[in-house]
Design a protein. Sequence first.
Length: 634
Amino acid sequence: MCGILGCFGKIDKNINTLGASIIHRGPDEQKYTEGKDWSVKFNRLSIIDLSKEAMQPFSYKGVDVFVNGEIYNYVELREKYKKEFDFKTTSDVEILPFLYKKIGIKFLNYLNGMFSMVIIDNHENKKYLIRDRYGKKPLYYFQKEETLYFSSEIKAFENLINFELDKENFAINFIANINPEPLTPYKNIFSVLPGHCYEFKEKTLLKNRWYFPKIIEKDSAVSEIQNNFERLIASSVDLRLRSDVPVGIFLSGGLDSNLILNLAIKKNKNIEAYICNIPNKEEISESSTDVTVPKKICQEYSCKYNEIIFDLNYLKKNLINILFDYDLLFTGTGHLIFHALSKEAKKKNTKVILTGSGGDEIMGGYFWQSKAHNIPNSFFFSKKNIFSAYFDKLIKYFFFKKNKYLIKFYKLYQLFFKSSLFHMESHNLNLSFFMKDTYFKVEKKMEDLYDNYLNISKSIFLEKDSSNNFEYRNIFMTIANQNHFFDISTMSSSIENRAPLLDFRIVEYMFSISKKKKNKEGIKSLYKKLLESFLPRFIISSKKSGPNLPIASWLRQDQNFKQKILLYVKRNITYVEKCLSKELSKSLINNEIESIDKNFLIRFRIFCMILWYKIKFEKSISNPNTPIETILEN
């Protein structure tokens, strides 16, 4: 796990000093390397083979490789090729340039891991930017004239390109409440797509997929699924426990993290759990499972746990610091929880964290997307003809209004006639109806993005109407969003996070099981049945809580702070108009947003957007340790 900043097309020695901006990704060791027409600064976070000999790049016969991430099956690869390659270290990366030289770029299919990778073939003059199957590790880029710059985090580009807000991309981020790949809110800065390999050739970036799974849905017996799942998840956890540094786990009351702890604790008795206690959370989730369940299970397993309290005082003290760390504006308050847990894990010298990311998508889907689960895949392609465009305008004229009944009708129309947008906006809290001026401008861009996801997913599932096709498209939306914020939250504290449920063997296998079978007795009912051999009944039957902060509840108890936030937003309403929407700014001034924002999440996010913009673009907030109360007074 590391931080990379580099360029193709020329030598840029500024890379050496600018790499310090992401030293938190690799505080253990730093190295600057350059070739005939490239430069790379590598910041190392030592996880496997802590010796200096394991510093990157690794080179073999003119091929240089830099990796941010981990290759979990490196032990098996080393064993397979030990007669052909003379290993000098026990690093997971050392074998990669050899594999590239032996097999070519298709060697990526041999890897089980999470990675963003830079490959430079000096003899053949080939240069690649590569991202793992599901985008666990980030890799951003922009092109300036004949030079391609790339980095693990956008903040490293700050002195290489003038940061400008891309209003359309930022609006999509707000409307969809996700950061859909490959967009970023920065003009001309993009993300390498998951499962893709970009080649920089003759001053041009060629974008190609390298990951081509072929999935066929099978009607397997539950007993067969049980045996296969138990084998795959046990193997996945075993691989992700490979580490020369302490391993911990972020533990909630949910199924995914408890399953992983159940398996991990059997192999590593020293694993520590990190739990977040959120006062008043039961008011939004109707349960306190994220505290009671983890504590109870830790006691049963004799697992040491560390508990933090995330309350309004913690938020006031740390919000500005969190916004400094995040290159993208967070899309849910749960991301702040992971940031807080990471700070605690760093204090305890834990350098690797296991998480339950990916469970919802592969095990049956989200309840808030369930209306779209049975819509035929053909409905999701955008309709590009004169009749559909005219019909859409007519529907919008009558029903795209700020009225809860008309909103329900429009969402029903969207479900069947603009299904791609329904999917992309499935978690958007209906904010689009309050920023119509911007929404109509970005709607086509959103459809075009989704069409690309569709084209990728339809090539993977051999049945035309595979029920899992829908969930695979979430790789570029919900999973991509989770992966980014898990990465930025943990790596801001120099911690690597690993997601056993995103092992490609598990993902591909679970996508071969029909959603009908997975959800026969309700969302994720098959998953719960599979977990009966792992977890006690009190966990399986616990009410899902979800990683959210009860912002509205806290502000009801601190009305003075709430009024300060609302006044600050109104004093800075020009930022809403400049960055998002004139209509939205009017709705805020007229207090219309309150009708769809009972939990205060939209207004809190707008408040954070203003702060984030001032930090990232305007630079008028320059101290990450500034208390929020001080800013509210200005």
